[in-house]
Design a protein around this ligand. Sequence first.
Ligand code: HEC
Ligand code: HEC
Ligand code: HEC
Ligand code: HEC
Ligand code: HEC
Length: 339
Amino acid sequence: MLALVVFAQLFSSGLSPVELGRTPTVMISAETCVGCHATVHGEWQKSGHGQAWTDAIFQREYRERPLAWCVHCHAPLAQQLAEVRAGGGRLANEGVTCAVCHVREGKILAARRRATSPHVTVADESFGGPQFCAGCHQFNFPRFASDGKTVVGYGPVPMQNTVSQHAAGPDAETPCLSCHGRSPSRHRMPGAHDPEMLGRAFGVSVCRSGAAVVVRVENRGAGHRLPTGDVHRHLALRVWRPSTPERLWEQLWLRRFRALDGGGKEQVEDTTLAPRERRLSRIELASLGGASDEPVSTELRLVFTIDEFPLPTRPLDAPSYAVVWRDSRRFSDMDACPE
Ligand code: HEC
Ligand code: HEC
Ligand code: HEC
Ligand code: HEC
Ligand code: HEC
């Protein structure tokens, strides 16, 4: 069962770089594939995978704490790690490149082999399923060697829990790629940086109930909690009146952790939204101040990285959050909430 053996060991969950084994140098870079797979290459280049190394948010955090562990997932090939150690370069900039997912021992790995394929291909239909994605999208807080830099294994608390959340939720039978693989070649794999995906994920509405504004937020379309993925991700629901911004009402939904004595982390809070979960937030109009006919502004943000995150010397050349939803209307113009 060559296929099963090969597929089970595709990724090390970040514990080591990806070794391609006996693979001709020409198969390592995406530049080799672009000539025959232009559509795939174009989508991949714009994807989180194609930008996993050059991404400004990643680079800011990585430069502050440049661990080999990060490189194992964001530019996973052993050849990329060597390049990073030598100061970086074109191959490292390819991030999660084609060969990371598709090449081992000089062979192409795929879900199926096409009749016109020129490759020596090992095909198995588990390729691209949730367990495949888990190789990088499911892992716990790491344990470090005494140097504080070398990751030697994982503790018991999930750091990214997307695949388990999916398996435990109402969309467990819907593969990741049914939602994330809708582009022509399935390689665009949009997520939190894609406005259309955010629109599909969240259902938001405002209404009035007595003397209060009620905001309803639902995880309508994601197959896992929102947010999921990176630990810094959080949602901020904000309600205010423009003339009295100092009375802004704000609610955060996130995961919070605490460092344990002797290393490791403990999760102390998880207010992320489960699939199909609805939250109602009730804000007394009087608490917002402002004039009675002044519009009420409502905004839901998905924050990628904390602006105040202690890297003041490293300005970020990318938006630190996305506006998922924004509304501004007079209280008297809001619909009454359904009973
Ligand atoms: C000389 C042209 C050519 C080059 C170069 C090439 N491919 Fe292909 N590849 C094909 C053709 C033709 C097919 C089959 C039909 C299709 O998908 O277009 C194919 C199929 C595949 C498949 C599906 C499995 C299969 O065997 O049918 C994968 C995965 C793949 N290629 C990956 C790669 C990667 C990764 C690279 C770069 C290292 C690459 N290819 C370079 C022509 C090429
Ligand atoms: C994060 C992992 C990942 C990366 C990176 C990746 N692919 Fe894929 N690729 C997949 C998955 C998963 C599928 C199978 C999708 C499916 O089941 O239809 C696939 C399918 C393919 C296919 C076969 C499509 C078919 O006809 O069945 C080709 C060709 C291919 N990839 C080429 C590439 C090339 C070229 C690159 C780099 C430019 C690349 N892939 C990067 C995961 C990846
Ligand atoms: C080899 C590691 C690896 C594998 C395998 C992998 N990913 Fe990723 N993926 C990443 C990394 C690293 C990022 C973060 C890129 C960045 O820094 O923005 C990412 C980003 C993403 C994003 C974008 C997230 C966002 O916030 O915009 C989506 C969606 C995604 N992956 C889906 C998948 C799916 C679905 C699969 C399985 C078919 C998969 N990935 C397999 C490493 C991987
Ligand atoms: C039912 C559809 C659906 C399924 C199934 C699904 N996702 Fe998502 N996913 C979404 C939507 C919609 C978003 C955009 C919302 C967002 O990013 O906040 C998203 C966002 C993400 C993100 C961005 C992270 C973040 O915090 O915003 C990642 C990474 C991701 N998905 C990976 C996966 C993986 C891996 C699987 C399979 C184990 C999967 N998704 C299954 C719909 C789905
Ligand atoms: C086991 C694999 C793995 C390791 C190790 C890893 N990451 Fe990631 N990282 C991911 C995946 C998968 C995502 C995509 C999920 C998401 O976008 O929320 C991601 C996303 C991110 C993002 C969000 C990027 C964005 O555009 O919003 C940042 C920042 C980041 N990682 C930084 C790091 C740093 C710094 C390290 C090392 C200290 C590291 N990562 C180690 C897998 C990993």
